[in-house]
Design a protein around this ligand. Sequence first.
Ligand code: SF4
Length: 249
Amino acid sequence: MRVFPSGRPSGLVRPILSKGWISEVFVSLQGEGPYIGVRQAFVRLSGCSFGCAYCDTKHAGKRVKKADFAGKKAINPVSVAAVIRAVKAFGPVHSVSITGGEPLEQPEFMLGLLKELKKAGYKTYLETNAAHPAALKQVLKYTNIISADIKLPSATGRKAVWKEHREFLRLSGKKAFVKIVVTGSTAEKELIFALRMLKKVSPGITACIQPDPALGIKGALKKFGPALLKGILKDLRVTPQVHKIAGIK
Ligand code: SF4
């Protein structure tokens, strides 16, 4: 794999990987959270070790040989330059969503990619499981919007990462909003715990409660209505996955 030095005269110690593992690059409308409906270029990185029970991008959970660039195949690992070319071909977009998989499991590639996207004039939107604060530190400067998932163990079926979430949110500050996926197995007390944690760490943050399709908005309000109406956070919203309702990517 070709690497190039970060190349500034001051000489950064970390090399920036010019190639990374991509699942797909496409253009669509953002379907989740406070930016629902904006036209974005999506760069979906492949590989995620979290393993949420409700994951709806399992196809991007493992690194694959071929990436899908708007219908054309590209061989992984793919260069930053190839990604930028594909994004430019979509024309004007609100922002470029770097999603996954888990983008912050490839921090050096992310650094190169985000830097080049910024250089090309794009606003960057990082979608992450908010469990990698050290990786965030490396790329924070080049992100504009951070969509940070808060993982409730009763929904994910995985271990809690509260410490990582706290650190992540402290670092990301006003750039971040959070999404909390709730499912039929979500424990109400964990949801309340998460909202109180957010109130403490980042009181003004926008938090979107996102029911998985099997539960739906109606089911979520039936199950969690009283908890959500407690008034723990100022900006708490319940938002569906609009792309799924619309049947788009
Ligand atoms: S962190 Fe995201 S990509 Fe990874 S398993 Fe969970 S939902 Fe899927």
